[in-house]
Design a protein around this ligand. Structure first.
Ligand SMILES: Cc1cc2nc3c(=O)[nH]c(=O)nc-3n(C[C@H](O)[C@H](O)[C@H](O)COP(=O)(O)OP(=O)(O)OC[C@H]3O[C@@H](n4cnc5c(N)ncnc54)[C@H](O)[C@@H]3O)c2cc1C
Length: 530
C-alpha cells in the first residue's frame, strides 16, 4: 500500500518553508504573530491563528522530516529527532530526559497516549496556584475539539503483551485500569512511534495542525534556533535566531523577526531558558521550576515472548496509586509500560559486561512497567530548576528522601503486579538488588533496598513547567490565558505553563489549553490587524 506523504505533497504544492541551514546570508522576517517551537503548543497555536486570518511564522530549531525519513531505526531517530540525541540528563546525571527537537516537537516521536487533565490537578491549580477558568467543565469543549481534530479515541485492538501484562496484573489484584485513548488514524500497530510514524498514522502536529497552517498560508522556518528576545518598555521588539547546520551546530548566519505578537512554544526547559537568557522581567525568580514525572522502571522476565517493541507502545494504564493520598499527600504514581527497543533498554537498564549481556539476552521476554511520580504538589518532590551556563542550560533536580520513599512504594507495586501477571523474575531497575524470584522475595528485598542517586535508574519523557500560569504574580509568570504578566505582546503556549506536573501524560492537556488560549488571543488580535 502506498503511503501518502503530506509533507512532500505540501512542499510540492508551494508551502512557505525555509530550511535555514541552506541560507547563505542573514535575513529579516515580519509577521503578525511569530511562534517559537512547533510541538504540541506551537502546532495548535499556529493553526488557530492562521485560520483566524493572521500572518504567522513558525520558527523551529529542529529539521522538517517526513514519513520517508522515519526508518524505524533508533540510531537515526535519536540524533535527528530528539534533544541532545536522546541523551539529555539532569546536571547530576540522576535523571535521563527525552524531549523532541524536530518540526512537530515531541509529538512527532511520542507514544500517542492521550489523557485529559485529571480533575484533582485542575482543582489544585485553582486552589493553590491562582489559576482561573480551567475547571473540567470549561475545558471540556476544548478537549472535545482537539480529540475530534486528532482522531483521539479508545484503542480498540488487543493490547500488545507488554501492556497486556499490565492489564492482567491489575485484574488479578483488583487494581484500577483504563484502556488508553490514542491519536492515530489507520494505525499499522508497528510499535515504532518513538522513531516517528513511518505511515503517518500518528496524528502528531507534523501531519495535522502544521500542514493545516501551512495550507492556509503560514510560513515555517526550520533549523533556526531563537537565541534572544529583544524587549523594551514592557514590550517585545523582536527575536534573534541562529541558523544551525544539519548537525544542529551554529552556522554564523542570523535571522531576525518582528511581529505584533510573539508566542513562546519552545517547551518546558527551553521556553524558560530563552526568557532567562533574554533577561526578561522575573522579579520573584519563578522561571525554570521544572517538573518531570520522574519515573522508575521495573523489568519482568516471562517464559513467553513479550516482544515489547511490537504493537501500540502504550494502551493500558493504572491510576490505582496516583491520587490515593490526595493531591498534596504522599507521592502518587501512575503505572504504564514503556516500549522495549534495544538502545532504549540498553541505556536505561543496569549493569555492564556479562550481567548486561545476560539482561539483553532476555530482550524479547522482557516486560517493562514504569511508575510516573507526580511531582510539584508538595515538598516531597518539588521539581527541578533550570539555570543558565556558559554553553546553554543545566537542570538541577534534587531527588529528596520523600522521592525515594515514593520510589520504593512504586517498585513494590510494580513487582507485585508483574508477579501477578506471571513474571518468573522481576528486576527493579536499581543497583544493589538481586534478580527477584517471587513476590515474597521481592517484598522483603525492596523494603530494605538502598535506593539512591546514580544507583537507581530514573527517566522522564514528560517535561513540564518553568513558566507557571496563574493570576497571582508572586507565583506565576503568565496569566491563565498564557499572556505574560510583564511583556504586553508576549504569550506562552506550551507545557511550560503548568504550575505543577499533571499526574497524566501531557500532550492532550497542552492541545486543549493552547486551543483555548490561542482562540482567545485570535479574538484579541484580529480587530487590530483587520
Ligand atoms: C519519547 C516520548 C514519548 C512521549 N509519549 C507521550 C505520550 O504517549 N503521551 C503524552 O501525552 N505525552 C507524551 N510525551 C510528551 C509530549 O509529547 C510532550 O509533553 C509535548 O509534546 C510537549 O509539548 P510542548 O509544546 O510543550 O513542547 P515540544 O513538543 O517539546 O515542542 C517544543 C519545540 O520547540 C523547539 N525549540 C526549543 N527551543 C527552541 C528555540 N530556542 N528556537 C526554536 N525552536 C525551539 C524544539 O525543537 C521542539 O520541537 C512523550 C515525549 C517523548 C519525548
Amino acid at each position: 500500500m502506498s503511503i501518502s506523504d503530506p509533507i512532500e505533497n505540501g512542499l510540492k504544492g508551494g508551502w512557505l518553508h525555509i530550511d535555514a541551514s541552506t541560507l547563505q546570508v542573514s535575513r529579516h522576517f515580519e509577521a503578525d504573530v511569530v511562534i517559537v517551537g512547533t510541538g504540541a503548543g506551537g502546532g495548535v497555536a499556529a493553526d488557530i491563528l492562521t485560520q483566524a486570518g493572521l500572518k504567522v511564522i513558525m520558527i523551529e530549531a529542529g529539521a522538517l522530516k517526513s514519513s520517508k525519513d522515519f526508518d524505524m531505526e533508533e540510531r537515526t531517530a535519536y540524533p535527528n529527532l530528539y534533544q541532545q540525541a536522546a541523551s539529555m540528563k539532569t546536571a547530576d546525571k540522576g535523571i535521563s530526559i527525552f524531549q523532541g527537537r524536530t518540526v512537530g516537537g515531541a509529538t512527532t516521536i511520542n507514544w500517542t497516549t492521550s489523557i485529559r487533565t485529571p480533575e484533582p490537578t485542575l482543582d489544585f491549580w485553582a486552589k493553590e496556584k491562582s489559576v482561573v477558568g480551567l475547571d473540567t467543565q470549561s475545558l471540556a469543549p476544548w478537549f472535545d475539539t482537539m480529540e475530534q481534530q486528532l482522531n483521539i479515541s479508545t484503542w480498540l485492538y488487543e493490547p500488545n503483551r507488554n501492556n497486556g501484562a499490565l492489564l492482567e496484573g491489575c485484574n488479578k489484584l483488583g487494581w484500577q485500569s483504563t484502556v488508553i485513548k490514542r491519536n492515530v488514524k489507520g494505525c499499522w500497530n508497528t510499535g515504532y512511534c518513538g522513531m516517528g510514524c513511518p505511515v503517518n498514522a500518528k496524528q502528531s502536529m507534523l501531519v495535522t495542525t502544521i500542514p493545516s497552517a501551512l495550507d492556509a498560508g503560514a510560513q515555517l522556518i526550520s533549523r533556526a534556533k531563537v537565541m534572544q528576545i529583544e524587549h523594551s518598555e514592557g514590550k517585545v521588539t523582536g527575536l534573534k535566531a541562529q541558523v544551525v547546520n544539519t548537525n544542529f551546530e551554529p552556522r554564523g548566519t542570523t535571522l531576525t523577526f518582528s511581529a505584533k505578537h510573539y508566542i513562546l512554544s519552545a517547551g518546558a526547559i527551553h521556553t524558560p531558558a530563552l526568557l532567562m537568557r533574554s533577561n526578561t522581567p522575573d522579579p520573584f525568580e519563578l522561571l525554570g521550576r521544572t517538573f518531570l514525572h520522574p519515573s522508575l522502571l521495573s523489568g519482568g522476565i516471562y517464559d513467553e515472548q513479550i516482544k515489547g517493541h511490537s504493537g501500540a507502545p502504550q494502551s493500558i494504564y493504572s491510576d490505582e496509586f496516583v491520587w490515593r493520598d490526595g493531591a498534596s499527600g504522599d507521592l502518587g504514581y501512575k503505572l504504564e509500560v514503556a516500549p522495549v527497543h534495544p538502545v532504549l533498554v540498553a541505556s536505561k537498564t543496569l549493569g555492564y559486561g556479562q550481567s548486561h549481556a545476560e539482561l539483553m539476552k532476555n530482550f524479547n521476554r522482557m516486560q517493562v512497567v514504569i511508575a510516573l511520580i507526580r511531582d510539584g504538589f508538595n515538598e516531597q518532590c518539588p521539581g527541578g530548576q533550570v539555570r543558565l551556563t556558559d554553553s546553554g542550560f543545566a537542570l538541577d533536580y534534587p531527588l529528596t528522601d520523600g522521592f525515594w520513599q515514593g520510589a520504593k512504594r512504586a517498585f513494590l507495586s510494580m513487582a507485585e503486579l508483574q508477579f501477578a501477571a506471571g513474571a518468573k523474575q522481576v528486576r527493579p531497575m536499581t543497583e544493589g538488588l538481586p534478580q527477584l524470584n517471587s513476590w515474597a522475595e521481592a517484598k522483603a528485598e525492596i523494603e530494605t533496598a538502598d535506593l539512591g542517586l546514580l544507583r537507581t535508574v530514573v527517566a522522564s519523557a514528560h517535561v513540564m513547567g518553568g513558566c507557571p500560569m496563574g493570576e497571582d504574580r508572586l507565583i506565576s509568570m503568565v496569566n491563565s490565558e498564557g499572556s505574560s504578566h510583564y511583556l504586553e505582546n508576549l504569550s506562552v503556549m506550551d507545557g511550560s505553563v503548568f504550575p505543577t506536573s499533571l499526574g497524566a501524560n501531557p500532550q492532550l492537556s497542552i492541545y486543549a489549553l493552547v486551543a483555548r488560549n490561542a482562540s482567545l488571543l485570535a479574538q484579541r488580535l484580529k480587530p487590530v490587524v483587520g
